[in-house]
Design a protein around this ligand. Sequence first.
Ligand code: NAD
Ligand code: HSO
Ligand code: ZN
Length: 433
Amino acid sequence: MSGLINRLKADDAQFEAQFQALTSHADERDPTLVGVVADIISEVRSRGDAALVEYTRKFDRRAVERMDDLVLDGAALQAALARIDPIDRDALEMAAERIRDYHQHQLSASWSFTDDYGNQLGQRVTPLARAGVYVPGGKASYPSSVLMNVIPATVAGVHEIALVVPAPEGNLNDLVLAAAAIAGVSRVVTIGGAQAIAAMAYGTETVPRVDKIVGPGNRFVAEAKRQVFGAVGIDMVAGPSEILIIADGSVDPAWMAMDLFSQAEHDEQAQAILLGTDAAYLDAVEAAIAAALPDMERADIIRESLGNRGALIQVADIDAAIMLSNRIGPEHLELATRDAEQLVDRIDVAGAIFVGPMTSEALGDYCAGPNHVLPTSNTARFSSPLGVYDFQKRSSVIHCSEQGSAALGKVASVLARGESLTAHARSAELRGE
Ligand SMILES: NC(=O)c1ccc[n+]([C@@H]2O[C@H](COP(=O)([O-])OP(=O)(O)OC[C@H]3O[C@@H](n4cnc5c(N)ncnc54)[C@H](O)[C@@H]3O)[C@@H](O)[C@H]2O)c1
Ligand SMILES: N[C@H](CO)Cc1c[nH]c[nH+]1
Ligand SMILES: [Zn+2]
């Protein structure tokens, strides 16, 4: 055993306790963080751009004097697009096209029907007027997240998209700006953290107030999204990345090791777990981890993530693996088995399901088409991938005929009187008298 990753056996007496400890989700709401973020939000609310400039100087270590120093216009985005390597540009454009094609399928349309009384009943579906996209940028750059957050908004027809991304020490990857240009954004504000969320939630002289904020980020960003929810909509509060693999032993252990690394490298708190039926196969995966880890660029983060929250778990059979998987409800689930297609319908809780040996999770992160902003921390029980539906809202439409108004008026009158709401009852009755 290498000791690089936890090893568990589902038939051990201590397994349940070990499993609970491994898969429990830390309560991110530490009171200090809540207080720090509340102060930042209140400062941005009351002092607008001046507070944004100060926080950017402090937290992003930038020698900026005014808001103009933090705004990149369409020409700057186009210039970045022109500067990047054509290979990068082709990859971004192909990914964008695939993401757009996939998300087109999610577009909902307004609908209506006519009932037996001639009443027309329906739903009007409209895009949000303004969406705010947070692209993380503290420790790494995420051009792919620009595409994943902006494209569904453009497919929904959102009128105005505000995009913010921090540029620590003034550094900003050209690929992020090029992705913004490809996705159809016309301006980027280089601010980050809780101050960027506050700016989009309440508006400042330079940053427009939006209707909904989407996009992942660190704990300052997540806590700020929690605190501004209500004043604006939010997509979700994303936790550290997760990958769970169900393996029957038929897939190369080296592939499995790298798939685990692919999410472990995001964060020391990321979770990478493999469920397998065969102890010798788990040994082989562990050996592959030990062999590949030293050469990884982010070996330190991966080592800490696997040691903290990673595990190879031996289960009796695939049925037991599916049961545990549905309990974990991972952000990403890989079905690395011969009969993967047959297992899909038994998966009840997962952000995204990667079917069969040829489908690595990394393809979903970049260019398969589905969104990479997914529910984490078991929230797939009630929440879904970011999608076009996050940028659409619905209004009910009720259009009564004379006959319909009279018929419904009688029913409403009875129910209203049952609630002692006489004005409701009279309002419902009057048109039929
Ligand atoms: N779920 C997804 O789809 C997805 C995609 C990409 C990234 N991520 C995750 O997003 C996160 C990005 O985190 P990040 O830190 O690299 O970038 P970030 O942009 O989320 O955070 C950087 C900002 O945090 C603020 N900050 C830093 N230290 C602070 C302090 N002490 N006090 C107040 N504010 C402070 C600064 O304003 C800075 O601009 C990672 O956990 C990554 O795994 C998730
Ligand atoms: N796996 C991340 C979501 O958990 C998304 C991402 C962006 N870049 C690479 N991966
Ligand atoms: Zn990833």
